[in-house]
Every structure is written in C-alpha cells, then in structure tokens.
Design a protein around this ligand. Structure first.
Ligand code: NAD
Ligand code: ZN
Length: 244
C-alpha cells in the first residue's frame, strides 16, 4: 500500500488509468450537506434514544411505520442538497470516456443530479417509492406531502421507499453489474465509505488496482494499492484545478 501525500501523484494515478470505476458512500455527500452515518457528526453519533440502524430496518418499517417515516423524512431525505465538485469531477471523467460507471451506496440521487449517466445504486433511491401491496409507484413529492405513515391512494397499504433497509437483500442484477464493471476496469476509486456495510463493501475486493480517497481509515485500506487521506470534493476539485 502506498500512502499518497501529494496531489500531483494522485493526479498521475488517475490520469494514467484508462478505464476507471468509482465506488462511493455517504462521505461523498457530506460536502453537499448530507450527514453520513459513522463520522463524528454522523447520524450514529448524534445521541439518539433509538439506534438509527434499528429504525432503518425492515422490521421497524413494518411494525412502526409512523416512527420510521418521521425519522426518514427528518434525517435521511434532504431535497435541498446539491451535487458538489467531487460529483462534477466524475461527470467530466465519464464525458472524457475514462470513467465507465459510478457505483454508489447512497440513496440521495446526487450523482445523477450532477449529470453522471451510468450510475448503479446498490441501496436504491429516495426518488422511487412503491406500495408494498399493489406496487403502485409514487414520487418523492407524494411521500413528502402526505402524512406519516405514507399510504397508497388505491389500497391504503404502506408506501415503501425503494431503499434497501437493514434486513433486506440487495438487487442481484445491480450487484452483478457492479462486479462486471469493476473487474473490467483497471482502476477502482473508492471514496467516502467506511467499507463497513456488507455486502457492498466486498465489491472492493474484485478490483484490479484500488485507490482510496477517504477522510479516515477504513476496513479496506490494507488491500488498497494507493491511499490518500482527504475529502472527496476538496481533493478532486484541487486535482481539476491543476489542469487549469
Ligand atoms: P459511513 O457513514 O459508514 O462512512 C462514511 C465514510 O466517509 C467515513 O469513513 C468517513 O470518514 C468518510 N467521509 C466523510 N466525509 C467525507 C468526505 N467529505 N470525503 C471523504 N470521506 C469522507 O457511510 P457508508 O460507508 O456509505 O455506509 C453507510 C450506509 O448508509 C450506506 O449504505 C448508505 O446507503 C447509507 N447512507 C446514505 C446516505 C446518502 O445517501 N447520502 C447518507 C447516510 C447514509
Ligand atoms: Zn396499493
């Protein structure tokens, strides 16, 4: 593992790769104003009576849907958030033909909002919602503008955000597509993830060369070829400016 200290070395690694895939997590959105889970000011460290991991579980959603939606609307959905320079860097890398896919654990839709085309959302999206019984589809606006728990107009069953809750399994097609993209690429850039939510974090192991750009150490640093400790948006923006 090479711990990178200077940006010109980081730029060189990205510039010389021909085919790149990006794998990110909640830390790519903190510079857009969305809290992550495990940072010091993340949702897990905010001294709550109930563990967020428990509230964001399938059982909790089914048994205490009102409390689930109260928490979800207050802490998870943030419609004011806008993409940051890190998202924009990835859009430009895709336009240049070098970045083949963005694989994200985030559910906030910021990569698509920035303009990324090939985005694989491992944990779903707040923008897709569906009735658990008749499968009628609902927008985020519908969810936000209806009382909790949100119910279907047609059958009055619960409307569930298409986000993967604890206790639910990932969409196999999206996982397989992610693995395919990762094995084809010569560089995987991993950023803004503690690499502690499984099975998503295991995707890193399929990569050829791995570059981690993260604020803190993760459980996967030791298997990475290059590690740079820094912020996602700040770092990628600084690299972009080196081209100006
Ligand atoms: P996590 O909270 O476990 O870890 C975040 C990691 O990002 C930490 O290692 C932290 O040091 C790092 N980080 C924070 N800010 C950073 C920055 N500006 N630049 C670089 N690194 C930064 O997040 P995770 O690994 O994604 O796992 C949490 C799960 O929660 C995910 O599965 C995701 O679905 C979900 N989640 C999503 C959102 C979102 O959609 N924005 C927000 C919170 C949680
Ligand atoms: Zn219904």
């Amino acid at each position: 593992m090479e711990v990178i200290k200077d940006l010109s070395r980081l730029k060189e690694i990205i510039d010389t790769a021909e085919s790149i895939v990006f794998f990110g997590g909640a830390g790519t959105s903190t510079e857009s104003g969305i809290a992550d889970f495990r940072s010091p000011n993340g949702l897990y460290n905010q001294n709550r009576k109930e563990d967020p991991e428990k509230i964001l579980s399938h059982n909790y959603f089914m048994n205490r849907p009102k409390r689930f939606f109260d928490f979800y609307k207050e802490n998870i959905v943030n419609i004011a958030a806008k993409p940051n320079p890190g998202h924009e860097f990835l859009v430009n890398l895709e336009k240049a033909g070098k970045l083949k896919a963005v694989i994200t654990q985030n559910i906030d839709g910021l990569h698509q909002m920035a303009g990324s085309e090939n985005v694989l959302e491992l944990h779903g999206s707040i923008y897709q919602n569906e009735c658990v019984k008749c499968h009628k589809k609902y927008s985020l606006d519908y969810v936000l503008n209806n009382p909790n728990p949100v119910r279907c107009i047609d059958c009055e069953s619960l409307v569930k955000p298409n986000v993967i809750l604890y206790g639910e399994s990932l969409d196999t097609d999206i996982v397989l597509q992610s693995v395919e993209e990762i094995v084809k690429a010569d560089l995987l850039i991993v950023s803004g993830t503690s690499c502690s939510v499984f099975p998503a974090a295991d995707l890193v192991t399929y990569a050829n060369k791995k570059l981690l750009i993260n604020l803190e150490k993760t459980s996967k640093d030791h298997i990475c070829d290059y590690v740079y400790y820094g912020k996602f948006a700040e770092t990628l923006n600084a690299i972009r400016k080196m081209n100006d």
